[in-house]
Design a protein around this ligand. Structure first.
Ligand code: WTA
Length: 645
């Protein structure tokens, strides 16, 4: 779809104009340290940094440090420094799952709640450097928990509320968390998620011996059983003071771990540190949204993902923004909800994912009914490529054809936005993330690592460090180097492919590894496969993605039954619920094909390329199948393929 876009977006005196972008970008590369040390000044430091970047990407010695001699505390930057002039201004607007519930939390209240919780954690024996798992619904207490950890120097690891007990236990054990912060249950649309029961299941049979306490908030009024490690949050908070001295943190002290899926093995504990991360979160939030004081900003993500960390909590609060936190889902009670929330809270900036946009778009114009959305001036997209149809619909129906869209490409590992338009400074191109952010130096390379020039398509790498970059994988620096710095030595490999057009603008084409992006959720095929083969009826499994209208990618599963198993519809259903239970409902297979075999090379390697093509109904170009151990299996697979419908 190639419709013209009105480039005359809402009239506004944007901070950064087109010419400025080009000049600023050049100088951000030429004088990289100067550029970032200047940005660092927008934060409040206990000791201001004098050093910019130190280290490098050399194989065997990947080492990344920013602002290393600086000392600061993230929570004072997000809260205390705004108290002087804005104590009673709203920091967080919470919109409940049900449309008649909301709350405004001022910076003063945020301060008091965070300090009380920080003191409660101290009472439970938490010290600087300890890891704390946060498994919470989208309620303000989730943000309090993150900031309370930051205040005392504990390292949080938020676990998405949609993960199952096994996934919780894996993460808790990997980082040896001391405390879990959770709630009785969470609400999402018509569903209730039994968070406390899931934590109980994760901890049962002494499966997580590092945990000393589970702090339980009462979110929905469920009467949950309390065991010996459980602590009622309301009770302990009532005894805690609303003053808590912030811990002075070195810029390179860890701030949080966030687990994300890779192409192999278990999820990786991506580690972000204090100074560089916050500088990058604040700088990108300010520039990409052109955020101005007093504006109401809504990032409709979940705090369980990096988008929620950087652009619901840390970036906006560091900039003193009013940030909206939404407990529910965009389609509940129906598709008009997003517009209604925008009107209710006079939201100026809306940042969401293509999958949500496509879910609303499926109902035509309905999502725009019953709201004017006149307060909006800017829209954002994140998490997956946005198809031009969805872009145009978002622009027209949600944005009344008046709001620019920033399509922001980035990753858990990058900490913040990397390739993105700047409103007012970048021409809008539906489907293109356009330009690198300041200080970011992307390059496209072929499979051998040779740099590609001009208009081209290739693998996306980043040639130099930026402050928001992940520093390591928790407990496994070798895997960090191996995953990101060994494919194209001396460069950070993103795992994504991209195209560059004649204007030099980037178009992200998606993952080039075995990572799926399902409804904007990143999932490793290996994780899903391991959940599948743990089922007693399954001997072997291979998982690939296929194009899906709403989810972006759907999950296509090939399974070989254990000999003698009778394959029935019942069994298929059971396997689907098994995966939901073992891993997460977000990993639920969309299509499942039972097969006697898989296409393997003579050395036993599964040829996923073939499986991907069959799943996508693309049989014309299967490529050379003669090297397969059993070429006949391909015809069997094609004959019995599941209909995408
Ligand atoms: C994909 C989410 C195209 C990409 C912030 C990346 C995108 C992965 C975009 C990271 C975008 C994210 N256009 N693709 N604007 N944003 N992606 O770690 O494949 O959950 O590698 O971080 O999402 O997902 P993650």
């Amino acid at each position: 779809m190639n419709m013209p876009v009105d480039q005359q977006a809402i009239e506004r005196d944007y901070q950064i104009k087109q010419q400025d972008y080009l000049e600023l970008y050049q100088s951000s590369l030429e004088e990289n340290d100067v550029f970032w040390l200047e940005k660092a000044k927008t934060l409040e430091w206990m000791k201001a940094p004098t050093q910019g970047f130190e280290g490098g990407f050399e194989p065997g010695n990947v080492n990344i440090k920013w602002f290393a001699d600086g000392v600061l505390n993230v929570s004072t930057n997000c809260i205390d420094r705004h108290l002087v002039q804005r104590a009673s201004d709203t920091a967080i607007i919470w919109e409940g799952d049900s449309a008649d519930e909301d709350k405004h939390i001022s910076f003063q209240e945020l301060h008091d709640e965070v300090c009380k919780l920080a003191n409660a954690l101290k009472k439970l024996g938490v010290e600087k450097g300890d890891r704390i798992a946060i498994y919470m619904p989208m309620i303000p207490e989730a943000a309090y928990a993150m900031l309370a950890c930051a205040r005392i120097g504990a390292v949080h690891s938020v676990i998405f509320g949609g993960f199952s007990p096994n996934a919780i236990a894996d993460r808790v054990n990997d980082c040896q968390a001391k405390v879990v912060i959770t709630a009785d249950a969470g609400r999402r649309g018509t569903k209730s998620v039994p968070l406390k029961a899931n934590v109980d299941a994760a901890l049962s049979n002494n499966a997580c011996p590092s945990i000393t306490h589970v702090l339980v908030f009462n979110a929905v009024g469920l009467d949950v059983p309390m065991g010996s490690v459980d602590v009622d949050a309301a009770t302990i908070l009532a005894e805690c003071d609303s003053h808590c001295e912030p811990e002075p943190m070195a810029a390179e002290d860890p701030l949080f771990i966030l687990y994300t899926s890779g192409s192999t093995g278990k999820p990786k504990g991506v580690l972000h540190t204090t100074g560089g991360y916050l500088v990058y979160a604040a700088a990108t939030h300010k520039a990409v949204f052109d955020y101005q004081p007093g504006e109401i900003y809504w990032c409709a993500a979940d705090v369980g993902w990096i988008t929620g960390h950087t652009y619901i909590v840390y970036g906006p609060l560091a900039n003193g923004a009013t940030t909206v936190m939404f407990e529910g889902v965009p389609t509940y009670p129906d598709e008009r909800r997003i517009g209604q929330i925008v009107d209710k809270h006079n939201i100026n900036i809306l940042y969401t994912a293509p999958t949500a946009i496509r879910a609303l778009m499926a109902k035509g114009e309905f999502a725009g009914e019953g709201s004017s959305r006149e307060s909006l001036r800017l829209l954002g997209s994140v998490g997956e490529p946005i198809n031009p149809e969805a872009w145009h619909w978002y622009h027209r129906v949600i944005g009344n054809s008046r709001c620019p869209i920033v399509d922001t490409w980035w990753q858990t590992e990058t900490g913040g936005m990397m390739i993105t338009p700047l409103p007012g400074a970048t021409e809008m191109k539906p489907g293109s993330a356009t330009n690198p952010f300041f200080g970011i130096e992307p390059e496209l390379v072929d499979n051998e690592g040779k740099a590609l020039e001009g208009a081209t398509e290739g693998n996306l790498i980043i040639k130099r460090s930026w402050p928001g970059q992940a520093r390591t994988l928790w407990g496994d620096h070798e895997r960090f180097e191996q995953t990101y710095f060994s494919t194209y030595p001396g460069n950070y490999f993103t795992g994504d492919g991209a195209r560059r057009d004649e204007d030099g603008h980037y178009w992200i084409t998606g993952r080039v590894d075995d990572v799926l992006n399902v409804s904007g959720h990143r999932l490793g095929t290996a994780e899903i496969e391991s959940a599948l083969v743990s089922h007693p009826a399954i001997a072997e499994a291979a998982v690939v993605g296929y194009p899906h209208d709403i989810k972006g990618q759907g999950i296509y599963v090939y399974v070989i039954p254990v000999a003698g198993t009778e394959v029935t519809d019942e069994l298929s259903k059971e396997v689907v619920s098994w995966v939901r239970k073992e891993l997460s409902p977000i990993a639920s297979p969309d299509l499942m094909q039972w097969t006697p075999g898989l296409p393997k090379t003579r050395s036993g390697k599964i040829m996923r390329r073939i499986l991907r093509k069959i799943a996508a109904d693309d049989f014309a170009s299967l490529g050379d199948t003669s090297t397969l151990a059993d070429p006949g299996i391909v015809d069997t697979l094609i004959e019995n393929r599941m209909n995408r419908g």
